[in-house]
Design a protein around this ligand. Structure first.
Ligand SMILES: Cc1cc2nc3c(=O)[nH]c(=O)nc-3n(C[C@H](O)[C@H](O)[C@H](O)COP(=O)(O)OP(=O)(O)OC[C@H]3O[C@@H](n4cnc5c(N)ncnc54)[C@H](O)[C@@H]3O)c2cc1C
Length: 385
């Protein structure tokens, strides 16, 4: 058992930390206030090789795996929860999924452009009436001989209105239930019958775009199917088990950022003639936050390591996602308390950590859904894959 980072991993950690501090942090207050998504930052991250993890070198892979992707995303999220989203959109979501299920032609055509951020990726399952119960989705894809026709609406889709190529899940045969769902690789900008609209009411993640997609008789080329017709549900579950680790990486990053802010403030703020960090109740808050954060990091890095070894990891990934996202919310909430009134001000970052952390309890399967997966595998009802 080995818990340290290699020299290369330390260099990646430093690169991500430097990037976050030099490129994201200086304009973050204005970017947050204006809800500004900056494709230039995604491109710069791509140029640093951040999106090539767990991919073959011939398609833009950087020779590293999930562990390194977690190292990078954690450092970015420590500064901003919004800016860890591109790891899922460019690398872990569409690219790794196409690498697993795509044809050689699809891999050559799509993966390098996601890795280089020439194409902004996305993946779309959720609909106005379909969230946790993915198999109840209403979007359909009908075979029209020379093309597929898509009808339906997707909701809460990261990158929806800025995205280029990405994955869309739809029913090709509703009567077959789970086995009637298919995954398509679709360009949101190049197809008639596709409209997107931003969701501008999000509580947090203000620099990460989220939107709706409407398919109204959209004509999709026949060769857009990923894997085989009817494999969509299987692909979707496989993809979610990976994007969950990106989310968990974001959670340990946000928790780390919140804890650093809380410690800084506890060492600086004086009340009753002493630094507030000298009071045992504040120390207990810090101790709980730090211990939970360390436990979360171990879970997240173990799940990522299992993925890199090609070992079963669904159980461990869901435990990591559940525990890390709850840890992030707790750490951010405690940080707000430690900051007192300043914690309640948008001029200080505590509230942003909390708003961003809450999203992690919901995305890639809510905390309840993670508990269902963890309990199902623990009880022997389903196998760990
Ligand atoms: C910022 C953001 C970005 C997102 N990005 C994407 C994206 O890129 N692509 C995408 O497809 N989706 C995306 N989503 C959607 C997200 O994945 C869904 O919101 C999530 O899966 C939950 O679905 P829901 O909101 O419909 O909640 P519901 O499924 O309606 O759940 C509501 C509540 O009921 C609980 N619940 C539901 N079923 C059960 C059950 N069987 N047992 C116990 N409790 C249950 C849930 O835990 C939750 O608390 C995003 C959401 C947000 C907020």
């Amino acid at each position: 058992m080995h818990f340290g980072l290699t020299e290369e991993q330390q260099m990646m950690q430093d690169a991500a930390r430097n990037f976050a501090e030099k490129e994201i942090l200086p304009t973050l207050p204005e970017d947050e206030a204006d809800h500004r998504f900056r494709p230039d930052l995604v491109k710069k991250m791509a140029e640093l090789g951040f999106f090539g993890c767990a991919l073959p070198e011939e398609h833009g892979g950087n020779g590293f795996g999930f562990v390194e992707s977690v190292i990078l995303a954690e450092q970015i999220a420590k500064v901003s929860g919004s800016w860890r989203l591109p790891f899922n959109m460019q690398n872990i979501g569409p690219a790794i999924t196409v690498n697993k299920f795509g044809t050689e032609e699809q891999k050559r055509r799509f993966i390098p452009d996601w890795v280089s951020a020439d194409s902004l990726g996305f993946f779309a399952m959720t609909e106005p009436n379909t969230g946790s119960d993915v198999a109840s989705m209403g979007t359909t894809a009908t075979d029209r001989g020379d093309h597929w026709e898509l009808n339906g609406q997707k909701m809460w889709i990261s990158n929806a209105h800025v995205g280029d190529w990405g994955l869309v899940y739809a029913f090709t045969d509703k009567s077959k239930k789970h086995k009637g769902m298919t995954c398509f690789i679709i360009n949101l900008k190049a197809n008639e019958g596709i409209a997107t609209v931003p969701i501008e009411t999000k509580l947090g993640l203000h620099c990460a775009p989220t939107g709706e997609i409407a398919f109204n008789g959209a004509k999709i080329p026949k060769d857009s199917v990923l894997g085989e017709v009817g494999m969509g549900f299987q692909i979707c579950m496989w993809q979610l088990n990976n994007t969950r680790i990106g989310c968990a990486a974001g959670a340990i990053g946000i928790a780390g950022g919140a804890i650093a802010a809380a410690i800084g403030y506890a060492n600086e703020r004086t009340q009753f003639g002493k630094k507030i960090g000298a009071y045992q109740m504040v120390q207990a808050q810090i101790a709980d936050m730090v211990a939970e954060h360390e436990a979360a990091k171990l879970l997240v890095y173990r799940a990522a390591w299992l993925k890199d070894q090609g070992l079963p990891n669904q159980h461990e990934t869901s435990m990591a996602k559940l525990f890390a996202s709850e840890t992030a919310v707790h750490a951010a909430s405690e940080t707000m308390k430690i900051f007192g009134s300043y914690g309640y001000s948008t001029e200080y970052p505590a509230q942003r950590f909390l708003r961003d952390a809450h999203s992690l309890r919901v995305v890639e399967g809510t905390s309840n859904i993670q508990k269902i997966i963890i309990a199902g595998i623990s009880l022997g009802d389903t196998a760990n894959r």
